[in-house]
Design a protein around this ligand. Structure first.
Ligand code: 5RP
Length: 226
């Protein structure tokens, strides 16, 4: 068993009949969506899903999950999502899959944000493994790269088949590689102060719990209070 599957199955077990669930993006979140679909078939439970990307909507529909929107359901019971890095305070880097904007909007509308990952995602300090994705408007990407590099990172415009990668929202992404992020809140403020930045992949104080899956099928829970 993979650590991702162990975490995804444990998260899917937390889902209760009648709940409105935010459906995250990425390979780990997709495993959880499939497991929720399996529970719906095997245990006859009903849930409504709010997807965080076109891809997670597709996976949810294939799994037999009824889809709705944040406009219809402004407060979600639970969101299950993956992460690229998790620090000991449960601050995250997200967005290597490109869904950071909708993931953050859905997370903020959720009573509980549950993160699922294998242990490769655990870091002592954010930025030490993954780049920080920053979603920007398509106007003047070189300008954003120059502004972001002044904050101490190496910025790379994300590409897809030789062209800039375009998010579900029609924007570009710059991946910013830092040696480490010493003060995530300060960095979030500085990046969001640049006109035309749509969102960053820093999730600070948003996650309530992380389930870390191990290869032997066991899981470990981290909560904000740890
Ligand atoms: C997508 C994300 C994903 O949750 C994150 O990239 C983790 O993906 P995976 O589960 O495939 O490792 O933030 O925007």
């Amino acid at each position: 068993m993979t650590g991702k599957f162990a975490a995804a199955s444990e998260a899917a077990r937390r889902v209760k009949d009648g709940q409105v669930i935010g459906l995250g993006s990425g390979t780990t979140a997709e495993l959880a969506i499939e497991e929720i679909g399996r529970r719906m078939r095997d245990e006859s439970i009903e849930i409504i899903g709010i997807p965080t990307s076109i891809m997670s909507e597709k996976t949810a529909l294939q799994a037999g999950i009824e889809i709705s929107s944040l406009d219809e359901h402004g407060e979600l019971d639970l969101t299950i999502d993956g992460a690229d890095e998790i620090d000991p305070a449960l601050n995250l880097i997200k967005g290597l899959g490109g869904a950071l904007l909708r993931e953050k909007i859905v997370a903020e509308a959720s009573r509980v944000e549950l993160i699922i990952a294998d242990r490769t995602k655990l870091v002592e300090r954010l930025g030490t493994k993954a780049p920080l994705p920053v979603e920007i408007t398509r106007f003047a990407p070189g300008h954003f790269a120059a502004r972001l590099s002044k904050l101490g990172c190496t910025p790379i415009l994300r590409s897809d088949g030789g062209k800039p990668f375009v998010t579900d929202n029609g924007n570009y992404v710059i991946d910013c590689k830092f040696a480490e992020i010493k003060n995530p809140s300060d960095l979030e403020f500085k990046i969001k102060s640049i006109a035309g930045v749509v969102e960053t992949g820093l999730f600070i104080g948003i996650a309530d719990e992380a389930i870390i899956g191990m290869e032997d099928g066991s899981t470990r829970s981290m909560s904000k209070s740890e």
